[in-house]
Design a protein around this ligand. Structure first.
Ligand code: ADP
Ligand code: MG
Length: 388
């Protein structure tokens, strides 16, 4: 029996209890961590996420009466019932907005989705920068795709899921999270060009190389993060306008010193420096992985952290402490991942130093009086799939 089987059976059993009939199927979609390329996706840039073993698992059946019923094992909000024809963007339906947004986006795109019963449970930590929201959207999208015979590709489902989050839930995220959840492959990282969604599976077999990628969930979320994303986004757009390019993706890193000289606003200049240099760090990482030099990726991660901390200014003391303590304890490199202001960091380390590094980070947190972090290995896992 595979480890996932028990979860699938539990989710299907609970579905039966709730709805009085068996689900037509069970699907799973993972959360993700981003290896490198942060705040690049809304600049048409490059990113490199990998899927986590943590998944949202959903048991789903079709309905033909225009009703959408959703239930989550992870909230105490009970069964939520919505009329699919009456779905309105930004209508504040709480967590149900994620699956409802997917139904809305599918219907907006002309797909005749006439309702569904959904029960789900997720092992993706929420609000930790590991994309529990994308897992929720993508698992719903894939289930409806299969049940309604829509024959949409992983990319198409990811774009619809992003539309659900942007337009229906009202969160202005890029497409990386949904692409990672929909399209990742076990043992690989996903090299994604967010301009045209071209992507390539890059072998990233940490275990075979005696390496480990740790995720350190700081378990903090600073309120500062709320407006920061929009502010960074506006700053990057201002930078692109001042440089006369469509997006910062169009600024090659060799032209960066030149570009920086053209910018008078110090804040915009530092945002541009981050985005252009982080795009280049993705390309450097790809080259290293293609050359089989995984260990050399470590310092690139640490460099990326410094850029997020000093130029984009989206880090926080807890994230900085993870990176400093891990590197001091002998890690190969580390950086914050995701939106910042809390959430998670990643640490690349030799497998046999992983324990030492973990202990050092935990000790540093204890000494600083912070809540104990949650540390687990990021095993590059499969993207969304049908599991029963
Ligand atoms: P992240 O995607 O980084 O985890 P978000 O704020 O984007 O953080 O998404 C978290 C939100 O997604 C939660 O507040 C909740 O509304 C929804 N969510 C995620 N997982 C679940 C779940 N298992 N059950 C219900 N809602 C969930
Ligand atoms: Mg999210």
């Amino acid at each position: 029996m595979t480890p996932g089987t028990a979860v699938e059976a539990t989710v299907a059993d609970r579905f039966r209890e709730l709805y009085g009939h068996a689900p037509e199927g069970v699907w799973a979609a993972p959360g993700r961590v981003n290896l490198i390329g942060e705040y690049t996706d809304f600049n048409d840039g490059f990113v490199m996420p990998l899927a986590l073993p943590h998944t949202a698992v959903a048991a789903v059946s079709r309905r033909t009466d225009g009703q959408l019923r959703v239930h989550s094992a992870d909230t105490d909000q009970g069964l939520i019932q919505l009329d699919v024809e009456a779905l309105e963007p930004l209508s504040d339906t709480g967590w149900a907005a994620y699956p409802a947004g997917v139904v809305w986006a599918l219907r907006e795109a002309g797909h005749a989705v006439t309702g569904a019963d959904v029960h789900l449970a997720s092992t993706v930590p929420t609000g930790a920068g590991l994309s529990s929201s994308a897992a929720l959207e993508v698992v719903t999208a894939l289930a409806l795709n299969d049940l309604y015979g829509l024959r949409l590709t992983g990319e198409e489902l990811a774009v619809l899921a992003q539309r659900a989050e942007n337009a229906f839930v009202g969160v202005p995220c890029g497409v990386m999270d949904q692409m990672a959840s929909a399209c990742c492959v076990e043992g690989h990282a996903l090299y994604l060009d967010t301009r045209d969604l071209a992507h390539r599976q890059v072998p990233f077999d940490l275990a075979a190389c005696g390496l480990r990628l740790l995720v350190v969930d700081t378990r903090v979320k600073h309120a500062l993060g709320d407006g920061a994303y929009a502010e960074r986004r506006a700053g990057c757009e201002a930078g692109a306008r001042a440089l006369g390019v469509r997006t910062l993706r169009d600024v090659d890193h060799v032209r960066l010193p030149d570009a920086l000289r053209q910018l008078s606003d110090e804040t915009v200049r530092s945002y541009v420096r981050h985005v252009v240099s982080d795009n280049h760090r993705v390309e450097r990482t790809i080259a290293l992985l293609d050359a089989g030099e995984i260990r050399a990726v470590g310092p690139v991660l640490t460099e990326g952290h410094a850029s997020l901390r000093d130029d984009l200014r989206v880090s926080c003391p807890e994230l900085d402490l993870v990176v400093a303590a891990a590197n001091e304890a002998g890690a190969l490199g580390a950086r914050m991942t995701g939106g910042g202001f809390g959430g998670s960091a990643i640490v690349l380390t030799e497998a046999d130093t992983a324990q030492t590094v973990t202990k050092a980070v935990e000790a540093a947190f204890a000494a600083a009086g912070y809540t104990a972090p949650r540390v687990f290995p990021a095993v590059p896992s499969a993207g969304a799939r049908r599991v029963a």
